[in-house]
Design a protein around this ligand. Structure first.
Ligand code: GUN
Length: 286
């Protein structure tokens, strides 16, 4: 048996087509979704991400603003900008690109974003709403993981899902979302004993640890779906996931590649969140 590759790029393109159509319908009702992206400083990777977010807005037909601020920007100045964007009607979503320069308190900045505009899903109240099952904007990468599983035709309810990694931005919210989809969820992390034995019980295995090729076939139950959230830059310049893709091809039924798996989904889910925020702000259901 050989695993079916989950084509994240294709699935992401398909969702973007759906978003383009829905945005066109919203515009006919006089609503244009708007996203503000804030970049502080010159981090090269962040610059690339912000550029991709700007392009994605253009592609789906959103209004967008990119605020590129110098690295010396004070926390007070940044908070003042966020307050302005919180009150700006043309803006439905605010994304502050992380990491921020060391002199700015990231938590204070995230907390300042109005809940309805928290398209990253990082605000503590968004996280709380996710945990108790209230409506909230879902963090983009975790939402992308769920979308990839569903669009691969894999049923989540009743399955055993094992999440390796417990970060606030991926591991914990992915586990919560899988539980919300009625999976039985186990979370493994750096202090877990017998990790491969636990992982090998998973029907759904999600890996987000930031260690290149750390997970091989000894962690994978035959027939499992394997979702690799890791993106690691190797010494030769190539990208590698947290999963040893080649080694797992035999045992897995479905597996995401890196690049081209989870990665393309993140910005697409950001677009989806912005559209949802725009609909909610204008009292449009569905
Ligand atoms: N930096 C790396 N990933 C992300 C993300 O998903 N959101 C934000 N705001 N910053 C990031």
């Amino acid at each position: 048996m050989s695993a079916q590759k989950i084509e994240g790029k294709k699935i992401s393109d398909q969702i973007r087509e759906e978003l383009i159509a829905e945005t066109a319908r919203l515009k006919q009702q006089g609503v244009t979704p708007g996203l503000a992206v804030v970049l502080v400083g010159e981090d090269p990777a962040s610059k690339v991400y912000v550029g991709s977010k700007e392009k994605a807005c253009e592609q789906v037909g959103f209004y967008s603003e990119v605020h590129r601020l110098p690295a010396e920007t004070s926390e007070t100045e940044l908070l003042a900008l966020i307050e302005r964007l919180n009150n700006q009607n043309s803006i439905n979503g605010i994304l502050v690109q992380l990491p921020l320069p060391g002199h700015i308190n990231e938590k204070a900045v995230i907390d300042a974003i109005r809940l309805e505009k928290d398209v990253d899903g990082f605000h503590p109240q968004s996280v709380g709403n996710l945990v108790i099952g209230d409506d909230s904007l879902l963090p983009c990468t975790p939402a992308g993981v769920i979308e990839l599983i569903k669009r691969s035709g894999v049923e989540i309810a009743g399955k055993h899902a094992v999440v390796i990694g417990r970060s606030n931005i991926v591991g914990k919210p992915v586990a919560m979302l899988l539980m919300r989809e009625h999976a039985t969820v186990t979370i493994c992390h750096s202090r877990t004993a017998n990790m491969s034995e636990i992982a090998k019980q998973a029907d759904i295995l999600v890996v987000a640890i930031g260690k290149p090729k750390a997970i091989d076939s000894s962690f994978v139950k035959p027939g499992a779906i394997v979702i690799d959230v890791g993106i690691n830059r190797m010494p030769d310049g190539k990208l590698a996931g947290d999963v040893n893709y080649e080694d797992c091809l035999e045992s897995a039924a479905f597996i995401t590649p890196v690049p081209g798996g989870v990665g393309p989904m993140t910005i697409t889910m950001l677009m989806k969140n912005t559209l949802t925020a725009a609909k909610r702000a204008n009292g449009i259901k569905g």
